[in-house]
Design a protein around this ligand. Structure first.
Ligand code: NAP
Length: 389
């Protein structure tokens, strides 16, 4: 992962450990999640049975080359399906290593297969009668395309797409904790995560102090070689990402946003972009309404919780949300009011094998992980035995 897409070595090791965790989780719980479930009716016996559906195609992104695959494959294979992986074209070595891991773990030949194919060849696989469903993690455009192919063949799909997650800070929050989590949440995976916090929505009473500390912390980050254990931000995965990101920053500044720090690439070797913070952001500029896939943070000031919820929802995405408040009632308003697949209070958004993960709006549909993840690619069969007498 580090040599293919620039992930920090310490993050790569943590990612592999998390993959082991999701495998253990489903090894321990799949039997319970997929056992026959009795239902009380007037029949002698009624129950729900969960059956495998067959080969499932997974089209995956490069940003978490192992984790994205394992969080699909561990539940899908434990449910008795076959996994077919079309990985992003810039991480073929990760793709082949994952196939080898399944082989070494004792899975039969073909139970998990890496297909070294282009995105143009995906349609052929989706159209194949033997393939029963498709899941895609990636951009909106790719998701819409693959879900469209599946729909034409009357096959199920799950989509895990982009995000522009809000990170809301209210006056009752611990500012120390909120600032340190805000930095971590923005720079996770060198800023290239669907659930990285991208829009920081701060109550006006604490906005000046938050801004001062957040900008200082972003400026203090250690940037450099991803193989060095002490590096905090490494390079972006591809030159194109820097170009796109810089364009988004420049267009936002041209539209009236204020550049508080960063806003430029660093050095002339490697794909390094300076940690960047923008404020005074017009609501229709890229920093407000597009996904920024790199270390660029957008700051917004709000008067109260209602305005914070309105700004949080001013996006086509709805993946995660992080809310910082010590007021339980206020927390409840955010939990109900924010349109997202997950809300984390006083913590940064993260995926965890025990709880479902997924989005609403243009962030996709369906869920991975938890009990819901393992039930996405099964036939939920109703069995009704009126009487045996
Ligand atoms: P991407 O360009 O959409 O690529 C994702 C995968 O789709 C790759 O395997 C790619 O193959 C394939 N693909 C692209 N266009 C396709 C098409 N028309 N038909 C079939 N397959 C196609 O996304 P990315 O740049 O790798 O990943 C970044 C995006 O993923 C961000 O938007 C991020 O937010 C999102 N993401 C979401 C989650 C989540 O859980 N919600 C997690 C991680 C990332 P090639 O590489 O061969 O083009």
């Amino acid at each position: 992962m580090t040599t293919e897409m620039g992930k920090l070595i310490k993050a790569a090791i943590a990612e592999v450990n998390k993959c082991a965790l999701v495998c253990r989780y489903y090894a321990d719980h799949a039997e319970e999640f997929l056992s026959d479930e009795p239902v009380k009716t007037e029949a002698e016996e009624t129950f729900i049975r969960y059956e495998p559906i067959g080969p499932v195609l997974a089209v995956m992104p490069w940003n978490f080359p192992f984790w994205q695959v394992f969080r699909f494959a561990a539940p899908a294979l434990m449910a008795g399906n076959v996994g077919l992986l079309k990985h992003a074209s810039n991480v073929p070595q990760s793709a082949l290593a994952i196939e080898a891991i399944f082989r070494d773990a004792g899975f039969a030949d073909g139970e998990f297969q890496t297909l070294l194919i282009t995105s143009e060849q995906v349609q052929q696989v989706v159209n194949d009668d033997r393939v029963k469903a498709a899941t895609l993690t990636g951009s909106e455009a790719a998701g819409a395309s693959v879900a469209g192919m599946a729909a034409k063949q009357i096959k199920k799909s799950v989509l895990e797409l982009g995000g522009s997650d809000p990170f809301v800070v209210m006056p009752s929050a611990s500012l120390d904790d909120a600032v340190s989590a805000a930095v971590k949440a923005r720079i996770v995976n060198n800023g290239q995560s669907c659930i990285a916090a991208k829009r920081f929505i701060v109550h006006e009473k604490i906005a000046d102090e938050f801004e001062k500390r957040f900008v200082a912390a972003m400026q203090a980050l250690k940037i450099g070689d991803p193989m060095d254990e002490s590096t905090e931000i490494g390079p972006l995965a591809m030159p194109q990402i820097i170009q796109d990101l810089d364009q988004q920053v420049q267009r936002s500044v041209a539209a009236g946003a204020k550049l508080l720090t960063g806003g430029k690439r660093l050095g002339d070797r490697g794909n390094f972009y300076a940690p960047t913070v923008l404020s005074n952001i017009p609501h229709d500029s890229p920093a407000a309404c597009e996904e920024t896939f790199g270390p660029v943070a957008s700051l917004f000031r709000v008067r109260d919780a209602e305005e914070a919820i309105r700004v949080a929802n001013e996006t086509k995405f709805g993946l995660g949300a992080s809310v910082w408040t010590r007021d339980r009632q206020e927390a409840e308003r955010f939990i109900d009011g924010i349109e997202s697949g997950q809300v984390f209070v006083n913590a940064m958004v993260a995926s965890d094998p025990r709880v479902p993960f997924g989005g609403v709006k243009h962030s996709g549909f369906g869920r991975e992980l938890g009990v819901y993840g393992i039930r996405e690619f099964v036939n939920i069969k109703t069995v009704w035995i009126a009487t045996l007498a």
